[in-house]
Design a protein around this ligand. Structure first.
Ligand code: AKG
Length: 171
C-alpha cells in the first residue's frame, strides 16, 4: 500500500488510465438493473471533473490473490474521494456488484438481502474498472473465487494467481 507520491510505474499507469478515458466513451445502461436491456447512453467512463484533478490518484494498493481467494462485498472507505480505478492482472475473474441496502428499508429483511440481484462483470487480465458516483457509493463490489470451478458464460475460468492494482485519491 502506498500513500502520497506514487512510484513511477504507478504514475505511468495513472497516465495510461487518463489517456484511455479521454479516448473512449462507452455505452452504459441507463438503469443498472437492466444490463441486458437496450436502453443505453453514451457517456465518458469517468466524469471530467475527476479526470482532470491533480493528482489523479495519490493512494494505491496492490492485492495478490491465490487461487480460491477473493474479496468480500464492500464499498470503499469514505476517506477516499469519488473516482476509483482497479486494474486486474494475471488471472480472469468475475467481479459482482450489488446494491447497498437502504438503512431500515425493506432490504433489511434477510430474505430480501438473499434475493438481492448481483451484477456480474467479467475481468480478464488487463481489464480496467472505473467506479464513480452511484457505482462507487451505492454499489458494493466483491470477487468470489471459492476453491473449485468458476464459470463465465458456460466456460470454466482457469483460476491462477491474480494481482490487482487499485488507485484512489485521499480526501
Ligand atoms: C479493494 O482493494 O478494495 C478492492 O476492491 C480490490 C478489488 C480487486 O482486487 O479487484
Amino acid at each position: 500500500m502506498r500513500f502520497g507520491e506514487l512510484p513511477s510505474w504507478a504514475m505511468a499507469l495513472s497516465d495510461s488510465i487518463h489517456d484511455a478515458v479521454l479516448s473512449c466513451s462507452i455505452h452504459v445502461p441507463t438503469d443498472l438493473e437492466s444490463c441486458n436491456g437496450r436502453r443505453n447512453e453514451l457517456v465518458s467512463p469517468f466524469p471530467s471533473d475527476l479526470l482532470w484533478r491533480q493528482p489523479l490518484f495519490d493512494q494505491l494498493i496492490a492485492n495478490l490473490y491465490h487461487p480460491g481467494e477473493g474479496i468480500c462485498a464492500h464499498v470503499d472507505l469514505m476517506r477516499f474521494e469519488d473516482g476509483i480505478a482497479i486494474v486486474s492482472l494475471e488471472s480472469s475473474c468475475v467481479m459482482h456488484f450489488s446494491q447497498v441496502e437502504a438503512e431500515g428499508g425493506e432490504s433489511s429483511s434477510s430474505s430480501s438481502s438473499a434475493n438481492r440481484k448481483k451484477i456480474p462483470v467479467y475481468l480478464n487480465p488487463g481489464s480496467l474498472i472505473l467506479m464513480s458516483g452511484e457505482a462507487r457509493y451505492e454499489w458494493k463490489h466483491e470477487i468470489n473465487r471459492n476453491p473449485g470451478v468458476q464459470m463465465w458464460e458456460g466456460h470454466e475460468l482457469q483460476q491462477a494467481t491474480r494481482t490487482s492494482i487499485t488507485l484512489r485519491k485521499l480526501r
